[in-house]
Write a protein that binds this ligand. Structure first.
Ligand SMILES: Nc1ncnc2c1ncn2[C@@H]1O[C@H](COP(=O)(O)OP(=O)(O)O)[C@@H](O)[C@H]1O
Ligand SMILES: [Mg+2]
Length: 276
């Protein structure tokens, strides 16, 4: 990784040329929650852009506002200040061109794998035959061929999360938002899921916003890592990771990988460490 690859936040946040419209543009975004004990400021002065096809990881300690930010991008929660837009249009509610994966897979137990995956297509009344074909193809891509007619309780946690990822992709959204999708998995399954997600991303080139509180996971997956401060969440730095792709798990033992991890970790050492 070159020194230039580790651009300080100020540089990374410089406006892009007008000809390259970002997929997501977030400007002066703020969010406060009203509670019985007064207002809670969750996010403050958040500014960043995500390019079309980019893989952005958002990293920060528990409670710094990561899920709040993701819900705002998904149109599930209104901001209280600033704005977030997708391809130039303010995000004002849930959108069909966004796929969301939460920390727990939230599959419907009474629906088979195939029918869980087809849910967004059913809700949006998209062509059944075509989407069934896409569902079979995607399930096979994540190693679940032959499991189409099984039920969620017949699958391991990792397999259920792969079903949730396929469900988020089935209606071909332009963007995938993932909130700590592998947080509940054991370390080895998690590494396999990281490899799998990279493969899907290389194959389909969706724009991905991926939330995690694992530094190595963020560095392994992302083109850039947006590091957040503890609450109220602000951007501490945006670190570019220009390790070549496809990345194998061995990349984690290279000096460039170590340098990126160290640079990010320094933010948290100064502030009392990352909370798992
Ligand atoms: N619905 C809510 N009402 C009040 N406070 C909330 C609500 N949701 C989140 N918060 C608070 O906002 C802050 C950020 O939460 P969250 O976005 O879930 O953080 P993270 O995902 O980084 O752990 C936390 O202090 C949390 O307690
Ligand atoms: Mg969260």
């Amino acid at each position: 990784m070159s020194r230039a690859g580790l651009a300080p936040a100020g540089e990374a946040r410089e406006p892009r040329p007008a000809s390259v419209q970002p997929m997501i543009a977030v400007r002066r975004l703020a969010k406060s929650y009203a509670t019985k004990r007064g207002g809670v400021v969750a996010l403050e002065d958040i500014d960043f852009a995500v390019a079309e096809g980019e893989f952005l990881a958002i990293l920060g300690p528990s409670g710094c506002g990561k899920s709040t930010l993701l819900k705002i991008l998904a149109g599930l929660l209104p901001a209280t200040g600033g704005e977030a837009s997708l391809r130039g249009t303010p995000i004002a509610g849930p959108r069909r061109d966004i796929g969301v994966v939460f920390q727990s897979p939230v599959l419907f137990p009474w629906r088979s794998v195939l029918h869980n995956v087809l849910l967004p297509a059913d809700v949006q009344r998209l062509g059944r035959a075509e989407h069934e074909r896409i569902a079979f193809e995607l399930l096979s891509l994540v190693g679940l061929a032959g499991f189409e007619h099984r039920y969620p309780w017949e699958l391991s946690g990792g397999m259920q999360q792969r079903v949730a990822i396929v469900r988020a992709l089935v209606h071909d959204p332009a963007m995938l938002l993932m909130d700590e999708p592998f947080g509940a998995l054991d370390a080895m399954t998690r590494e396999q899921m990281n490899l799998e997600l990279q493969r899907i991303w290389l194959e389909r080139r969706k724009t991905v916003v991926f939330i995690t509180h694992s530094i190595p996971e963020a560095v392994f997956l992302a083109d850039r890592v947006l590091v957040m401060t503890p609450r109220p969440g602000r951007i501490a730095e945006i670190v570019a990771v220009d390790l070549p792709r496809p990345r194998s798990l061995d990349v984690m033992s290279t000096p460039d990988f170590g340098a990126a991890v160290k640079r990010i970790r320094a933010h948290f050492n100064a502030r009392g460490g990352l909370v798992a």
